[in-house]
Design a protein. Structure first.
Length: 137
């Protein structure tokens, strides 16, 4: 539907903005994330951390790479610093590997929400600390 098309376009721009540092580009989220490589590169670009990956193109390798991403996200506690981690309800690696549009959009939306909120929170903390330091003089 139209909402999914708009979301896909918007999310693709967001992903490419963060992938630009890596030299990768996504043209179609539902196709280009299927092997897990662009997803790994995105998470590495967002966090500065390395994620394990399988070098191969079989279905097993693709599923394993997406699983590494899901495991990495589950370990990250980026939601306002609490211990809940990113909620990945009902998303299996097979869903992404098979190009399931709704769940791929859900995964990217979850990443956007958590990482953008984390960035905004860090900025607010830095501004608050700066104001406190400025007010101390």
């Amino acid at each position: 539907d139209e909402r999914d098309t708009v979301q896909k376009k918007t999310f693709t721009k967001w992903v490419n903005k963060h992938l630009s540092k890596t030299g990768l580009k996504v043209d179609d989220l539902f196709v280009d994330l299927r092997d897990g490589y662009a997803l790994i590169a995105l998470l590495e670009a967002l966090t500065g951390e390395r994620i394990q990956k399988e070098s191969g193109y079989t279905r097993f390798h693709r599923i394993q790479n997406v699983q590494y991403c899901l495991d990495f996200l589950k370990k990250k506690n980026v939601s306002f610093g609490d211990s809940r981690g990113i909620k990945l309800v009902n998303i299996r690696p097979e869903d992404i590997v098979e190009g399931n549009g709704k769940l791929t959009l859900g995964l990217i939306w979850t990443i956007i929400l958590n990482f953008q909120v984390s960035v905004i929170r860090q900025r607010l903390l830095m501004e608050s600390q700066h104001e406190q330091m400025s007010g101390a003089h």
